[in-house]
Design a protein around this ligand. Structure first.
Ligand SMILES: [Fe+2]
Ligand SMILES: [Fe+2]
Length: 264
């Protein structure tokens, strides 16, 4: 099974970039499933009905998210739709809308996608992702045509690396998201789990992690918060991960970060 995963897609410029590059990426990598982190899909914050529909129209199979998923009422409502393809991190308290686990059938194969969020340097009071994934994995098979893909949405590299080690051999692939900056550590761990600390974003290149850069520089210089504007045109950096998973074992055979620039 081949999975193509886009890190945080940021605003219209990010959506347009995915629309532009995805047909070529499908031809090149022949993914069985396309997954995307969409927490920043609608002008950088959350998901709306129309931006969710855009992703469905592009054929995205499952959407993961993170701390920004709560910013749009429409997106929160999508979480509770029957057959929703949008996940929120599983370790928010269960009283919240939605779920953090989705299993899809791809022919005779099964892919379970799990979304988690870290706690270090993040503001939310959420449950321990290590204990939550333990409970989730009790219910999910690995191998014999079943794969498990985990998006750990977190700020601290240490927390993501630790989770990678914790899940080595127990899931197919662990990817990090949230920082919007890709890391150069895609590898296959000793137990056969594919791992990368952060896939990075699909968003404006001439920006500060996807946001108009001059206001952010001013904010750092003045210590005063600014409104976040998302550039609408220009070069876009596309960061996507390609993982090839062995059907029999559920372990990752190859993992590679695909990076390209495109103009929107
Ligand atoms: Fe993000
Ligand atoms: Fe985030």
């Amino acid at each position: 099974m081949t999975i193509l995963f886009f890190g945080d897609i940021i605003g219209k410029i990010g959506r347009e970039a995915v629309r532009k590059v995805l047909p070529d990426l499908r031809r090149t990598f022949q993914p069985d499933a396309v997954i995307a982190n969409v927490e920043n899909l609608a002008h950088g914050k959350g998901v709306t009905d129309s931006t969710y529909q855009e992703m469905l129209d592009m054929g995205v199979d499952v959407m993961t998210s993170g701390n920004h998923i709560w910013k749009q009422k429409q997106g929160v409502a999508i979480l509770d739709r029957r057959d929703s393809k949008l996940l929120r991190p599983a370790n928010y308290p269960p009283t919240n809308p939605g779920t953090g686990v989705k299993t899809i059938e791809i022919g005779t194969k099964r892919l379970s996608v799990v979304n988690l969020q870290g706690r270090v340097f993040m503001h939310e009071q959420i449950d321990d992702p290590f204990q939550v994934i333990d409970r989730i994995l009790e219910t999910l098979p690995l191998g014999d045509r079943s794969a498990i893909f985990v998006d750990m949405h977190a700020e601290a590299t240490s927390e993501k690396v630790a989770l990678g080690w914790y899940l080595d051999g127990r899931v197919s692939t662990v990817v990090g998201t949230h920082t919007h900056v890709p890391t150069a550590d895609a590898w296959i761990m000793p137990g056969g789990t594919g791992y990368i600390t952060d896939v990075g974003m699909t968003g404006s290149r001439d920006s500060v992690i996807g946001v108009e850069k001059n206001a952010i520089i001013r904010s750092f210089k003045t210590s005063v918060p600014v409104a976040h504007e998302i550039p609408e045109h220009g070069e876009v950096t596309v960061n996507a991960l390609v993982a090839r998973i062995d059907d029999a074992s559920g372990k990752t055979k190859t993992i590679q970060l695909h990076q390209q620039l495109t103009n929107v």
